[in-house]
Design a protein around this ligand. Structure first.
Ligand code: NAD
Ligand code: MG
Length: 398
């Protein structure tokens, strides 16, 4: 029986809800028992209230301060304390627990992940943007606190499960699989008219809006290559990407002797979350099971960096190092949200990222420094301003 006292940052999102759902199923299956310290949401107060009533955390925090009184009223008499605002989320992340899920989307999740990294808890890291912005410093901070990071992103969970942690020199190459997203076969001309509705309709995975757009542009795989380089300390030249539309093989580790180990499963985020929740144990829950005979075959193809330039830009940012990954992440986030708001066309997402990367010069972040998070957020803010300016210029020219 797995017992854990847990905090979930971003509990109202796709990963957050899947985490609670899985905890519920594990409790029903008799394989887990969970006490919740903190739940946090961004703006969906109704969902946060529903979760708080079910799980009775010590504290529920909503990022949107305008909704504090609604949260407080709805939780009156339940014994659950209510709070609001970013500072309250960061404070909540410092509380002592066994396990913290960092599932806030975007660089908004960086400060709380940074706070969680110093607690000594196991940090289940879904917020890939914080790794991309601050990876080496964040990992160092977790190590110093006596905690550990368990990746939640399905590709990194896969690599984590087959990686020789005690002998990393045995690794020749990491291979990240990519579904290719909803526009795998689209020409550049067809991509010109893509709408937000089309972009968020992912063929295999059900996810939040921002990561769905990232999957459609394949910026997500670019972010994941950077994430993998930091998590497993493997250079860009030894990280490859292969498109695998069925999303059954979640990633692979090639060893120096030519042997390659892969992790497989139906595409359901609850499986990597379960892995993070119980590691090094395994959590029994009624998971969807792999039926290879029913699948018949698995297919693979090389990624196309011409149609998906975000892949190339991410690799260049990783190789350039310094602040470039932070700039890539910030520009991509601003551009993806502008696309969702219909202020930017699909094809211009990557153009904005490219132009921001070439216009912003900023110092890198010292990975051993306690100020690394602040330094990364300063670069993030600078890159956001530049990206927003580029988007405004594009709109004015149109
Ligand atoms: P989502 O949009 O569904 O949920 C995001 C969560 O963050 C919500 O709880 C939201 O309320 C909260 N939030 C948003 N803005 C906030 C702010 N400014 N301050 C505080 N909280 C805020 O996103 P998601 O799909 O669950 O993704 C979460 C993270 O996990 C992302 O970094 C994503 O890249 C990563 N991830 C997600 C999946 C997936 O299948 N959804 C897979 C791999 C990795
Ligand atoms: Mg992923």
């Amino acid at each position: 029986m797995i017992r854990r006292r847990v905090t979930i940052l971003g509990s109202t999102g796709s990963v957050g809800c899947s985490t609670l759902d899985l905890m519920d199923q594990a409790e029903t299956a008799g394989s887990g028992a969970f006490e919740v310290e903190v739940l946090t949401g961004g703006a969906n107060v109704a969902r946060l209230v529903e979760q708080a009533r079910r799980w009775k955390p010590r504290l529920a925090v909503i990022a949107d301060e305008a909704q504090l009184s609604e949260l407080r009223d709805a939780l009156a008499g339940t014994g659950v304390e209510a709070a609001a605002g970013e500072a309250a989320i960061v404070e909540a992340a410092t509380r002592s627990v066994d396990w913290i899920m960092a599932a806030i989307v975007g660089s908004a999740g960086l400060r709380s992940a940074w706070a969680a990294a110093a607690t000594g808890a196991t940090l289940a890291l879904a917020n890939k943007e914080s790794l991309v912005c601050c990876g080496p410093a964040l990992l160092e901070r977790v190590k110093r606190s006596g905690g550990r990071v368990i990746p939640v992103d399905s590709e990194h969970s896969a690599i984590f499960q087959v990686f020789p942690h005690d002998a990393p020199e045995q690794v020749a190459r990491l291979v990240l699989t990519a579904s290719g997203g909803p526009f795998r076969r689209a020409t550049r001309a067809e991509m010109a008219g893509i709408t937000p509705e089309q972009a968020v309709a992912h063929p295999n995975w059900s996810m939040g809006a921002k990561i769905s757009v990232d999957s459609a542009t394949m910026a997500n795989k670019g972010l994941e290559a950077i994430e993998a380089a930091y998590l497993f300390d493997v250079p860009a030249q030894r990280i490859d990407i292969v498109v695998h539309p069925e999303s059954i093989i979640h990633s692979l580790v090639e060893y120096v002797d030519g042997s390659t180990l892969a992790q497989m499963g139906p595409p359901d985020m609850k499986t990597p979350i379960a892995c993070a929740l119980a590691w090094p144990d395994r959590l029994a829950w009624p998971a969807p099971r792999l039926d290879l005979a029913a699948l018949g075959r698995l297919t693979f193809e090389a990624p196309d960096e011409e149609r998906f330039p975000a892949l190339k830009l991410a690799r260049q940012a990783l190789v350039a190092g310094g602040a470039a990954p932070i700039v890539f992440n910030a520009a991509n986030e601003v551009a993806a949200l502008a696309f969702l708001d219909r202020r930017l066309s699909f094809l211009n997402i990557a153009s904005v990222v490219a132009d921001t990367l070439s216009s912003v010069t900023a110092p890198g972040v010292d990975s051993g420094s306690d100020g690394a998070c602040d330094a990364a957020l300063a670069v993030d803010a600078q890159a956001r301003r530049a990206a927003n300016g580029i988007i405004r210029d594009l709109a004015a020219a149109a």
